[in-house]
Each structure stands twice: as structure tokens, then as C-alpha cells.
Design a protein around this ligand. Structure first.
Ligand SMILES: O=C(O)C(=O)C[C@H](O)[C@H](O)COP(=O)(O)O
Length: 206
């Protein structure tokens, strides 16, 4: 899989934190019901890998990947759990090599021009800009378009339904990431209808 194909499924990739394993499948089903198929489950909680495995097994319409990869061990664990792709907040050659060795398509994170150059030297032309809002948001993306006309971005970090359209309007942005589709209170309450509604609204953003 080419990670850029993830952008074909809709304008927003939800960044998901799962604290309780029993939330994984209904949460994924709620997002898919709202038209959001590409799901990034962050490796930030003890149940994240099991959550990815459960979604991969029980929600065939979802394209589930792992977020927050930092190490080669994360790449192996993410692949083993059934992740179809991986997302990292940063870029290291070690992580890139580990993902390649695992056959796990990687969307690496960058926040400076030098990091864009390192990632593109390693063959990556679709990059996560993280933390997008904090490092300069749409102004930075416009500035990066000059020297890097062949690079496209998935900005993530601090983006809201209000600011997402400004990002999505840029020629070097194909999709953006955000946690707002899965608010912690809705997940905790099992309010799957609200999550389906947020997914529908996100799908209409571009
Ligand atoms: O865990 C990761 O891999 C990250 O890189 C961090 C996430 O991309 C941000 O936490 C997005 O969250 P919001 O800013 O709330 O939309």
C-alpha cells in the first residue's frame, strides 16, 4: 500500500486513543458508519495493540493503522497486531528501516525543512506535519510548498473542524489528522451515535 492512497478515503484521518479494549470495535464501527474508514489508533495506551487486532479482525470495512510509532519494536508490534499502515510523530532512519523490513507503509512526521529533506531522501514524499498548528500551521505549509513542490502533507496537531478547511484548501495538503472525531467523553459514555455524526461532518469538510 502507498500511504498516499489513505487520503483517497476522505479528508480527515481520526487520531484515536483507546483506553478500554471493549470500546475498540464499537468505536471503529461508529466511524465506519459515518463514512470514515481509515483509522489511526495511537500506541499510547496499554490496550492499543489489542484494540488494533480486534478492529482488524472484526471490522473488515475499516483500514486500521497504528499511530505514535517511535521505535523499531513499535513497528514490529504494530505489524503483528494487524496494522495496515503506521504513523509516527517524527522521523528516524531506524524507524523507517524497521517499517520497511516489516512491510508496513509509514507516514512519518516532520516539523522542519531539514526533516522534510531527511524523510524525502529516504523516499518519503507524503509526510505528517506535526504538531501542525504549533509549528506554523497553514503559513508553514505554504512556505514549504516553494522548496518542496513534490512533497504532500497530512497536517495533524491542534486542528479543529473550524480550521480543517483552511488546511484542506492548500495544494500540498491531501488529508488532515485530528482527535476531534472521537472525544474522550463520548467514548467513555459509549455515545457511538455522536461519533458517527462527527465522522459524517468530517467527511463533508473538503
Ligand atoms: O500520538 C501521536 O502519534 C501524535 O503524533 C499526536 C497526535 O497526532 C495528536 O495528538 C493529534 O491530536 P489533536 O491535536 O488533539 O488533534
Amino acid at each position: 500500500m502507498d500511504t498516499l492512497s489513505l487520503a483517497e478515503h476522505g479528508p480527515v484521518i481520526p487520531v484515536i486513543v483507546i483506553d478500554r479494549l471493549e470500546h475498540a470495535v464499537p468505536l471503529a464501527r461508529a466511524l465506519v458508519a459515518g463514512g470514515v474508514k481509515v483509522l489511526e489508533v495511537t500506541l499510547r495506551t496499554p490496550v492499543a495493540l489489542e484494540a488494533i487486532a480486534a478492529i482488524a479482525r472484526e471490522v473488515p470495512d475499516a483500514i486500521v493503522g497504528a499511530g505514535t510509532l517511535r521505535t523499531a519494536a513499535d513497528a514490529a508490534a504494530a505489524k503483528h497486531a494487524g496494522s495496515r499502515f503506521a504513523v509516527s510523530p517524527g522521523f528516524t532512519p531506524e524507524l523507517a528501516r524497521a517499517c520497511e523490513a516489516q512491510g508496513l507503509p509509514l507516514l512519518p512526521g516532520v516539523s522542519t525543512a531539514s526533516e522534510v529533506m531527511m524523510a524525502s531522501d529516504a523516499g518519503y514524499r507524503f509526510l505528517k506535519l506535526f504538531p501542525a498548528t504549533a509549528v506554523g500551521g497553514t503559513s508553514l505549509l505554504k512556505a514549504l510548498a516553494g522548496p518542496f513542490p513534490d512533497v504532500v502533507f497530512c497536517p495533524t496537531g491542534g486542528i479543529t473542524p473550524q480550521t480543517a478547511p483552511d488546511f484542506l484548501a492548500l495544494s500540498n495538503v491531501k488529508v488532515c489528522g485530528g482527535s476531534w472525531l472521537t472525544p474522550a467523553d463520548a467514548v467513555k459514555a459509549g455515545d457511538w451515535a455522536r461519533i458517527t455524526q462527527l465522522a459524517r461532518e468530517a467527511g463533508a469538510l473538503r
